[in-house]
Write a protein that binds this ligand. Structure first.
Ligand code: NIG
Ligand code: FE
Length: 412
């Protein structure tokens, strides 16, 4: 009996990203899908094509087919916005000054605490829809605007619900150590104790944590406090990642590598001598060019040295209301190329295979290969470099998640 596929996509220019060196293009390819997975990939002139049986067939009309895009660092769940702070910054205040004056992250904490789970779900689902429309099929979301048990739980439950109802996969990150809540003013060690001894174990028990993050920075938490969090996560069997070296070099990335962090993120102030530690621990360097852009930063991450060392580089939106109100992964790719001088191939890998590595889901997604999930995006474009080259305009024509069409704008 010949296998009957659920879906066959034919007449596509396939960008597999299955190779280390290049795009891995297969011109005029055919992808056969069953039970949500890629079962076979053929070149159209192959003799096997004639004998294929399928429930459904889609003609890609020669369009570009890439893996589903992955946003591996976002703070998508929150209430309110900080356009007023944007205006204050443009009148001379700095991001750090706003934070020190009780604005910044804490103003979003206030708004988020006052908002119900259902309302937060609606707000985040709306934001997520922009990303899905641009081909995002997996995303990471952090807590960190609750900063107490009830509200961190509320945020993580929204992330869990979005994973169930948005049609795409959500990785849930506990970022209890994002900022010091007002009720712990001048008692940051006590707050870290509460994060470690109360919130982390409770939320882990409730299956709401996939990974633990912290903001290691002068306006966040110091290296010692960060290590305390990592030790506790390790004892609970939870993996870690870190907001590191965004505004200064506190040696967070090096520490995170010692705890085999999934990724270290931002890295503008990463010292070149600490890159070896990342390589050794398979820690992904996640760059966030939209935050760099929006804060008008001038210090570039050590990209050449990361590249030379062979550290996988991921790119993410870092969507949040304070430093990156960016809801476009395509624009983020353009920024990675234009501002950080990543090649268009590196930018595309940054939002696919390397972002998958940053979430430790690269065994299932991130490239188009037999055995992986059928997370695929069709683009009305002629070459993969156009994904980074364009500024605005969304050429995505179809998004497929685990073999199901979740966005269909009509091919052709
Ligand atoms: O990744 N750096 C810390 N966290 C966010 C900013 C959050 C905020 O300003 O609300 C970031 O840039
Ligand atoms: Fe962030």
């Amino acid at each position: 009996m010949p296998e009957i596929y659920d879906l066959i996509l034919h007449n596509v220019q396939l960008v597999s990203l299955a190779s280390e060196e290049d795009y891995g293009i297969i011109e005029n390819a055919v992808v056969a899908i069953k039970d949500g997975d890629i079962r076979a990939i053929y070149e159209a002139d192959s003799k096997q094509i004639a004998g294929l049986h399928t429930e459904q067939a889609i003609d890609g009309l020669g369009q570009l087919l890439t893996p589903g895009l992955i946003d591996c660092h976002s703070h998508l769940i929150y209430a309110g916005n900080r356009a007023n702070e944007y205006e204050m910054r443009l009148n001379g205040a700095t991001y750090q000054q706003l934070a020190e004056a009780g604005g910044g992250i804490l103003s979003t904490v206030k708004a988020t605490r006052q908002t119900s789970q259902d309302e937060l779900f609606d707000l985040a689902a709306k934001r997520l829809s922009y990303l899905i429309d641009e081909g995002v099929t997996s995303i990471e979301m952090k807590s960190g605007y609750g900063l107490d048990l009830t509200n961190e739980r509320k945020m993580l439950k929204v992330a869990q619900q979005l994973g169930r109802f948005s049609g795409i996969e959500v990785s849930k990150t506990f970022l209890g150590a994002h900022a010091l809540p007002p009720e712990y003013k001048d008692r940051s060690d006590d707050y870290i104790e509460f994060v470690c001894e109360k919130m982390m174990p409770t939320l882990k028990e409730e299956n709401l944590i996939d990974c633990v993050d912290a903001f290691c920075e002068s306006i966040g938490f110091n290296l010692e406090q960060t290590e305390r969090i990592f030790k506790k996560a390790q004892s609970l069997g939870l993996p870690v990642k870190l907001h590191a070296e965004q505004l200064s070099d506190l040696k967070g990335a090096k520490l995170a590598s010692e705890y085999n962090a999934w990724s270290v993120d931002h890295l503008e102030f990463l010292a070149v001598e600490d890159i070896g530690a990342l390589k050794q621990s398979n820690t992904v360097a996640t760059l966030l060019p939209a935050a760099y852009y929006f804060l008008s930063e001038t210090q570039l991450p050590p990209i050449k040295a990361l590249r030379q060392a062979g550290v996988p580089i991921a790119i993410a939106t870092d969507h949040n209301p304070g430093s990156s109100p960016c809801l476009s992964i395509l624009l983020t790719m353009n920024m990675a190329a234009t501002l950080f001088k990543l090649t268009p191939l590196e930018a595309l890998k940054g939002v696919t295979i390397n972002a998958a590595k940053a979430l430790r889901i690269d065994d299932r997604v991130g490239s188009i290969e037999v055995g992986k999930q059928a997370d695929l995006v069709l683009w009305d474009l002629e070459s993969p470099a156009e994904l980074s080259y364009r500024i605005g305009g969304n050429a995505c024509s179809m998004v497929i998640k685990q073999g199901e069409v979740i966005v269909d704008k009509g091919v052709g």
